[in-house]
Design a protein around this ligand. Structure first.
Ligand code: GLV
Ligand code: MN
Ligand code: MN
Length: 411
């Protein structure tokens, strides 16, 4: 059985999916439960139905398309990824794993393959943290890694997650989203590398062996506002400048580990009241810290805490630090890593083991199923930018490897 990928169709579908965007091309912005996200979901569901897959949705909007196996009672093999996109993103992050997963299933169908286990394609809700401040919302709930009370505590513009998902048509109890361990016999996610290594070394496929540990936190600084002309410099307690000091200390803490795998980013800075002639009275930072080594990641979090105390004392401001998440890394399962490597060998595609420094829904699926990831090269390692690009050949190679891996795992 040789599964042949329809690369032209896959490229066209990726382009169509990219057209559901809140920003003009080439940028893609698709915020969870926004109009474009809902239209993208409807487009994908129509494609799933066209491939004769049975579609179901859970209370948070995770959408599952099922190809029944010869023995439908066995735990299925699953694949999938996300279709939400951060502001000003590209068209390949997540979508390659969704549409590539669909094309892998269609290619297996065309080849006449009849899987023993069912194969399920999962479209995860809100892998990106943009709207509710925490990444992997759907897969966290599936894995039981997020308390269902998050429906009331997580909010977007004053509306709770429960209100927002309800308005989007996703009702029911979040507690029911959770899957029992063993619900899937395996999970495999196809994704662009989002780093430069495969392209640089001219390698077709990255076989992911582990996913780095992400943490995020919010820092709220309260200082003293006032008139930009009248408050004398020695008297100031500028909340933005205190936040800027903290952001620089965060950079220093990450660099200070000396490890290339330690990264920290202050990606959000909001200043209140945000007027040119007003000394900032409040500033908010949202901070992302990651490392493949959990202890080293946590040492950076501790250093950030110390930096906040220092700035508080030095600048006479109040600083509140709110942890959002601090997740451990995930190890990919030996059997999935081996199955992906064997699929690459059979297709004569070069491959290398690698860690994922980005997080993915696989981070949480690995808690309830043996999991693994297939990476493909992307130009310049660029991601989370409009110029993100993966070639049709690279996508086809990844999809071939996914199809063969699913076939071998489903039997
Ligand atoms: C996922 O988008 C990540 O930030 O790693
Ligand atoms: Mn992303
Ligand atoms: Mn992604």
């Amino acid at each position: 059985m040789i599964a042949t990928i329809d690369s032209a169709r896959l490229s066209t579908e990726l382009a169509t999916l990219a057209s559901f965007s809140e920003t003009p091309p080439p940028a893609v912005t698709r915020i969870v439960f926004g109009e474009m996200d809902l239209r993208a979901r409807a487009y994908l569901e129509a494609l799933f139905a066209e491939a004769s897959l049975a579609v179901r949705e859970d209370a948070v909007g995770n959408t599952v398309a099922r190809w029944p196996g010869r023995n439908p009672k066995l735990p299925p093999v699953a694949t999938g990824s996300h279709c939400d996109a951060i502001p000003n993103a590209g068209r390949f992050d997540g979508t390659v794993g969704v549409l590539g997963g669909l094309e892998a299933i269609r290619a297996l169908q065309r080849a006449g393959f009849q899987p023993r286990r069912s194969i399920e394609l999962v479209l995860f809700t809100s892998e990106e943290p943009t709207r509710f401040g925490i990444g992997c919302l759907g897969s966290r709930l599936l894995a039981g890694a997020l308390d269902p009370s998050a429906g009331e505590t997580l909010a977007s513009n004053g509306q709770s997650l429960n209100q927002v998902r309800g308005a989007a048509g996703f009702t029911g109890a979040l507690a029911d989203v959770r899957l029992a361990p063993g619900s899937y016999s395996a999970f495999v996610e196809l994704h662009i590398e989002q780093g430069p290594l495969l392209e640089r070394d001219r390698i077709d496929i990255g076989v992911v062996t582990a996913i780095a540990a992400p943490a995020s936190l919010r820092v709220i600084v309260d200082g003293e506002g006032g008139h930009a002309g009248a408050v004398l410099m020695p008297d100031r307690h500028d909340a933005f400048l205190a936040a800027a000091d903290i952001a620089l200390a965060i950079e220093a803490a990450a660099r200070g580990t000396g490890a290339v795998d330690t990264v920290a980013t202050t990606g959000v800075c909001e200043v209140f009241p945000g007027a040119i002639n007003s000394v900032p009275s409040r500033a908010r930072l949202d901070v992302d810290v990651r490392d493949i080594d959990l202890a080293r990641r946590d040492s950076v979090l501790a250093a950030i805490g110390r930096a906040c105390d220092d700035v508080k004392a030095r600048r006479g401001v109040r600083v509140r630090l709110e942890p959002i998440n601090a997740d451990p890394p995930a190890q990919c399962a030996r059997q999935i890593v081996d199955a992906i490597a064997a699929a690459c060998d059979a297709r004569r595609l070069s491959h290398r083991p690698m860690i994922s420094r980005a997080y993915h829904d696989s981070l949480f699926m690995a808690r309830i199923a043996p999991a693994g990831m297939i990476f493909i090269p992307c130009r310049g390692g660029v991601s989370h930018r409009p110029d993100e690009y993966a070639s049709p050949e690279a996508i086809a190679h990844g999809t071939e490897v996914l199809a063969d891996t699913l076939a071998s795992l489903a039997g």
